[in-house]
Design a protein around this ligand. Structure first.
Ligand code: ZZB
Length: 228
């Protein structure tokens, strides 16, 4: 699967631990399969006990992500040194639990970058996380059967009570993914009114061209090892 890494800029005031990163452009690099939902981001998620690092990607950019995902990036030649990105600072998820990087316990550290962007309007997992409560949900996609906040509607219809209603959440995710793609229409942004199916590649292209995102090939380490 081709992920898109969304560069979520970390802006001052920085926590004291970030002192040595001063003067660089720091981004939480969130892996998503749904670049068309980026208009509805409210926060991001990290695994509190997860091991993260601030890695020098090139002269100015520093990405915060899992060590493992930097290997994939290195093999794609996004980072400056092939095979090895320089770790400037080791961080735990707890170090990142300042303001918008909140805890989510279901994050897998061997998937994507371990940083997950939160879109409570269209992602049932995000909608059901108790930490999302204080945020206003931003409607971004209309689905005829589910309205403007599909995650809320589907979680309600399936009577999902808690984040650990695992099976129901899988079904909720399946439904919102599917219907969002086939029947959804954008309510906001450059491609307002367009069907999600048509807008998705255009939004991805725009994010990449404007430097707000980079492509992330989940299996590039494995592919390179096979070729070498
Ligand atoms: C924003 C977004 C908006 C997402 C949405 C989904 C939805 P899949 O099919 O399970 O592979 N994700 C990324 N990395 C991780 C991780 N390490 N641990 C847990 N979750 C992770 O799903 C890919 C999605 O899983 C990604 O796309 C990301 O959340 C999350 F409206 O990014 B998504 C109906 C889903 N809607």
């Amino acid at each position: 699967q081709d992920y898109v890494l969304i560069k979520m800029e970390v802006i001052p005031p920085f926590p004291s631990k970030f002192k040595m990163l001063e003067g660089r452009d720091i981004f939480l690099a969130a892996a998503t399969l749904r670049p068309e939902t980026m208009y509805g981001q409210t926060n991001c998620w990290v695994l509190p006990e997860g091991k993260y690092g601030a890695f020098k990607i090139h002269e100015t950019d520093v990405f915060i992500l899992t060590q493992r995902s930097t290997l994939n990036l290195a093999y794609q030649k996004v980072s400056r040194v092939l095979e090895k990105a320089t770790c400037l600072l080791e961080l735990s998820g707890l170090d990142l639990n300042v303001i918008y990087a909140l805890p989510m316990l279901t994050i897998l550290t061997d998937k994507g970058t371990g940083i997950v962007t939160s879109v409570p309007s269209d992602s049932p997992d995000d909608y059901m996380d108790e930490w999302v409560l204080p945020f206003d949900i931003i409607p971004i996609i209309n689905i005829p059967d589910f309205g403007d906040k599909s995650a809320e509607k589907v979680c309600h219809d399936l009577k999902i009570k808690r984040q650990n209603d695992k099976e129901k959440l899988v079904e909720a995710k399946r439904l919102t993914y599917l219907k969002g793609f086939t029947d959804g229409r954008l309510l906001v942004g450059e491609f307002e009114g367009m069907k999600v199916q048509e807008a998705k590649p255009l939004i991805k292209k725009l994010l990449l061209e404007t430097g707000q995102a980079v492509v992330y090939l989940q299996d590039s380490i494995i592919l390179m090892r096979k070729l070498l």
